[in-house]
Structure formats: structure tokens, C-alpha cells
Design a protein around this ligand. Sequence first.
Ligand SMILES: Cc1cc2nc3c(=O)[nH]c(=O)nc-3n(C[C@H](O)[C@H](O)[C@H](O)COP(=O)(O)OP(=O)(O)OC[C@H]3O[C@@H](n4cnc5c(N)ncnc54)[C@H](O)[C@@H]3O)c2cc1C
Length: 430
Amino acid sequence: MNSHLCNRCGSCVGLSEGKIIFTDREGDYRPRVLQEPDEAHSARLLHACTGKDFNFPAYRKMFYGDSPDFHTYTGPFYKIFIAHANNEKIRQTGASGGMLSAMLIYLLQSGQIEGAVVTGMSKEKPLLTQSFMATTEDEILQAAQSKYIITSVNEILPEIAAFDGRLAYVGLPGQVQSIRKLQEISDPSVRNIRYVFGPFYGNTLHFSSVRSFLRSYRIKDYQNIQQLDFRYGEWPGNMRVEMKDGRTVELPKFHANYLIPFHIMKNSLLCTDLANEFADVSGGDAWAPVYEERGKGFSMVLGRSREGMRILSEMESKGLITLQPITVDEAITMHSHGYDLKKRGTFIRIKFRKMLGQAIPDYGYNLSGFPFSRYVMEVIIDALFMVAGTRFARWVAEQIPPPFIGKVFEKSRKIWKKATFSIKRENLNG
Ligand SMILES: Cc1cc2nc3c(=O)[nH]c(=O)nc-3n(C[C@H](O)[C@H](O)[C@H](O)COP(=O)(O)OP(=O)(O)OC[C@H]3O[C@@H](n4cnc5c(N)ncnc54)[C@H](O)[C@@H]3O)c2cc1C
């Protein structure tokens, strides 16, 4: 809990009957033990924890034994598609192609679920996220779009358990993995969950990112945020903050990415799951110039389980979504920089941590044998993250106009993408 292993999935808080709570959500956002749970209870909480371990090969066998295809980078799948919702409202409201929201709405309207576990912004405190159970199309759409600050979906496990009906669940990889661990032991907290969906996951940021973003615009009263969006407007969208007094600041998503090295939650750098490998269907952005130029919103989705594929096929045959199959090579090329970060960078970082005697997660698999240049690159990246994470560096960044620093960051991303373009051709079985 106190190392970088905690991914804030929220399971320990949700299952603790009030003995563990999240404190300081605007700061470090860590679970704190108020009262030590008894032994049996502790064992359950520890089992649900995916920060310390999650055996990828074992859980893949358990949940995706049928799935005909697999790649170390993407995880198991039946088919991979470029996709979008055909309903313009859903597509525009969604972060990319509106696919995750469209699937939830379809399941709800066709009577296959009674509710959906989603994550929106808090109504009482619009600067923080809030997970809840949506039971209408409107509520699902209210929670659409990506939240790039910390979320802890599984802290509502007691509400999920008490819900009267079947649920679809949406969560980040660490959160989804925890649901799978609880399903493995038939834990009552997850008995209502029928379908699991999830966005891709590059990284998540501390709330300090929003505070710092506002300070760059000389706005200090962050408590007066009226509305906070990370993907506002046409795909790929803008980071946008609206204050109670009407002041509004907005920056294109790719430029707002400059906040990442300064405010990243360090656990993101220990996660090896970019494509939400344990969801029934997972979805990311279709990052390729051919789609980015068109705007409107395009997702990449992976139908991973039989049920996930059934939902996609049903929706396609009813004209609710558009699916264009792509190959796994095309899929990896589109997210080459993300896979480089997660499937090469993370294993190198884990190796470094081990050498330094720091706690490391056990994922049941290990990738190695990367070229020496990749290790050098990692040392540079880690040094940058370390320096950028200091108070002084954050302060310096706040003095630079976001549109300028954002453009520099966007240029660096393009260079990185180019440099990692060929990773799919390298030996992955080391
Ligand atoms: C923190 C984060 C990092 C991401 N990193 C990448 C990346 O590196 N590359 C990439 O291609 N895509 C990434 N994505 C996914 C991408 O931003 C879109 O979410 C994805 O393309 C699905 O779009 P959609 O239009 O189908 O989803 P929508 O229809 O907008 O639905 C999104 C669903 O996800 C839920 N959700 C949103 N944010 C969170 C959250 N933080 N925690 C739990 N649930 C949440 C919402 O409640 C909603 O149900 C990331 C998403 C998040 C949240």
C-alpha cells in the first residue's frame, strides 16, 4: 500500500467494511488502514490485490481458454477491429468511438443487464472522479469519456454486491484484474457482474496535474472547478476546465499530455497491461494518421471472450456499430509507443527495482532480451521522470505557457512513435 505497487484499484477499501479508507484524494490518494482486519478478512483483501501479483498466464488460461488468438503484447482475442458507435450522440460523447458506452447502452436496452458500473466526475466535488452504477442511457453517457486522474472503481464493491440485478463493469486493467481474482474464488462481491469491459491504459495522473494546469493559467482556486473534462469536443478532444465563475481553459489532448512526466502515478510505470487484457471487450483510441485526420472518433476494440464477440457481432448485425477487422500487426503498430512503454519499459524498470532491492510485482511472466539501446533509453526516460516529478520541476513547468510546452511534448511523442515503430518485428519470446 505504501510502495509504488499500489494501483489504487480500490478493492481493499471496498472489501474492508470501513477498516481501510482512501485519504488525501487530491494528493497521494492512498488506502490507509484505520483498523487491522482479522486474519481471514486480510487473506481475502490480499487475494484481491493486483498491485503485488497477478499471474497473467494462469488467469488467461482460466478465463480465455477458448480464445483462438494471443499475442504477448495484446493479450488473448478473437478479433481486433477499428470501430465506432453508429449513433452520432454516443460516438461524440465517447472518448474515441463511443464503443464502451454503446455496448453498455445496448446491453441495458436489450435487457441483458440491469445496470453498469461506470466512472464519472463527482456531482458534489466535480474535481474528483466517482464510480457508480448507471441504470439509464443518460447516466451511462454522463460517465462517458476517459478520466486521466486516479480512479478507484472497486471501492464500490459493497454497492455492486448489493445491486438488485445483472451488471456490466468498466475498469482499468488493475481494477479488472482484481475483479477476475475475485471471480476466481466466487467471491460474493462480484456475483452480479456478467460482463467486463475496459479502456486501454497508458497511465494515470495525480490530481496535482489539474492543479498545476490551472496554475499555469494563473488560476489558483481549483476548489471552484465547475466541470472537468479530459476529452472534450471532437476526437481526440481537449483537456478543459470550467470554473464556477465562468473562466474556461482548454488545451488539445496531445498537448495536455505534457503533464504526464510531472504528475504520473508511479504505479502506471509498473503496469504491463496496455490493452486491458482481462476484459471481455477492451477499447482504445485508433491512433493512426488516417483516422486522426478524419476526427469524429475511432476506437480500436479487441473482442477477447466468446461473450464479448457475441455482443460485438449482435450490435454489428443490428447496425448499432461499425467494425472493420485489422491484423494484430496493424494493431501493435498503432500503439507501438504504448507497448514499448508497457511491455519493454516496465520489465526493464522492474529489473532496475529488483537490483535496488525495492518491492516488485509478480505477473507470472517476464520479457527480456531487449537491445542495449533500449536499456539506455530507459535510463534516460527514468531520469526524466525522476527530475520532472520534483516540486521544483513542476514549478518551472507552471511558468511555461501550456500551449508551448504542449507542442514540444507532442513533437517528442511523434519522435518516440517513429523510434518504436518496428517493435513488433523484434523477438518477443525472450
Ligand atoms: C487513464 C486512462 C488511460 C488511457 N490510456 C490510453 C492509451 O494510452 N492509449 C489508448 O489508445 N487509449 C487509452 N485510454 C483509452 C481511451 O482514452 C478511451 O477510453 C478508449 O478508447 C474507449 O473509448 P470509448 O469512446 O469507447 O469509451 P467511452 O464510450 O467514452 O466510455 C469510457 C468508459 O470508461 C470508463 N472510464 C473512463 N475513465 C475511467 C477511469 N479512469 N477508470 C475507470 N473507468 C473509466 C467510463 O466510465 C466509461 O464507461 C485510456 C483511458 C484511461 C481512462
